[in-house]
Design a protein around this ligand. Sequence first.
Ligand code: ZN
Ligand code: MN
Length: 472
Amino acid sequence: MHAQLLTGSKAFCSCSTEFGREPNNNVCPVCLGMPGVLPVLNKKLVEFVVLMGLATNCTIAPHSVLARKNYFYPDLPKGYQISQYEEPICRDGFVEIEQPDGLRRKIGITRIHMEEDAGKSIHDRDMETLIDINRCGVPLMEIVSEPDIRSAREAYLYLAKIKQIVTYLRICDGNMEEGSLRCDANVSVRLKGTKELGTKTEVKNMNSLRYLEKALSYEIERQIDVLGSGERVMQETLLWDEKKGIVQPMRSKEEAHDYRYFPDPDLVPVDVDEAWIQKIRGLLPELPIEKHDRFIAEYGLPEYDAGVLTASRDLADYYEAALQSLQNKNQKSMKNVSNWVMGDVLRVARDQAVGIDAFPVPPSHIGELVNLIDNGIISGKIAKDVFECMIDEQKKPEEIVREKGLKQVTDTAEIGRIVKEVIDTHPSQVADYKAGKTKMIGFFVGQVMQRTKGKANPKIVNELIEKLLDGE
Ligand code: ZN
Ligand code: MN
């Protein structure tokens, strides 16, 4: 996997990494590959990659080397990419993926190294190809996993986990459509029970989690068919064609790589001492799995809720901020806050296509809304209406309840008067009830609620109806 890092400036020069600028604007002699220029390593790039290494249980190399990976490509003006080869900065780590049955499985990380991105060739413009160098030199982190992934589903979960970790660390925006996070997958099949891995193919161009799972499912089936018909799998590079739903071979000429790696003589080796590692370790936030487990232990949430709420760091922060304004910090109320966040908040965020960080309702208002329900000021049903107003008006829930007169009626005398009125005006329904149709209670409750616009305390309504009907 390749992840573009949010360093602000490029890996070896001070050009901006901003996405979407006019072509060939974020450039300078260094990233244009002019002769005689000298690259200077971006310190933040080192820190971000070490942070990722620590988050994925890697060993951090005290000494690592930047290397030239030589190949010719129009959007690579230097004729080589600065990368790492024999001595990467992170190695031998792992992440844990959660399988649908709740079991966790470790996927080994072989290495994580730093490198730079290439530019972009823009094809199909009046039969011409144009070059945009803006992306040249944008810092990348390459993550290579061990062959531990056993299915297309696991590949999906692994990619999702890496995406979750880099966004928790705030070192990459995780946007696969814009290419901030990209992956190539090596696929091979073997008979159940055999040890030897089969001949592998490499599948490229999967720019979403869903495409990855589809492409790999397709490729696994294709290889099984090839072997099943007595033929052999060719080692080749394949492109996923989303429109056709198939993989297609890339031109084989581009597979014959001989990169002739060697240490870049323009760059000194990277030495990361223990003190620096400790300093970076101090920047590690609580990681997704830790947060997930703490949400269960500390708030008594079900596994499912913890999974949804900790899917992103912003959503987890939103939930915890909502708890801050909760008066009764018992399990039931904390679960209620979770229901609001997982249900209504996420629904509206999706409908309005806004991130949770820009959600119109501040989290404290969600906590206050649950307080109103807990304290019997409003019913759960009325709360739904209040929530809709909170989105439109950005007012505190108490204010909305006061302004719109939505406070629950708990005055027994007043409710009693309405109940009597309903019973008096529906003699035939009363007769049905007395003839044994106890279900009629629901009808009377509905009538009372209609007359009070849903504001009557349902418990009191039920009690009074039963009392009056049975007393007559
Ligand atoms: Zn530059
Ligand atoms: Mn690479």
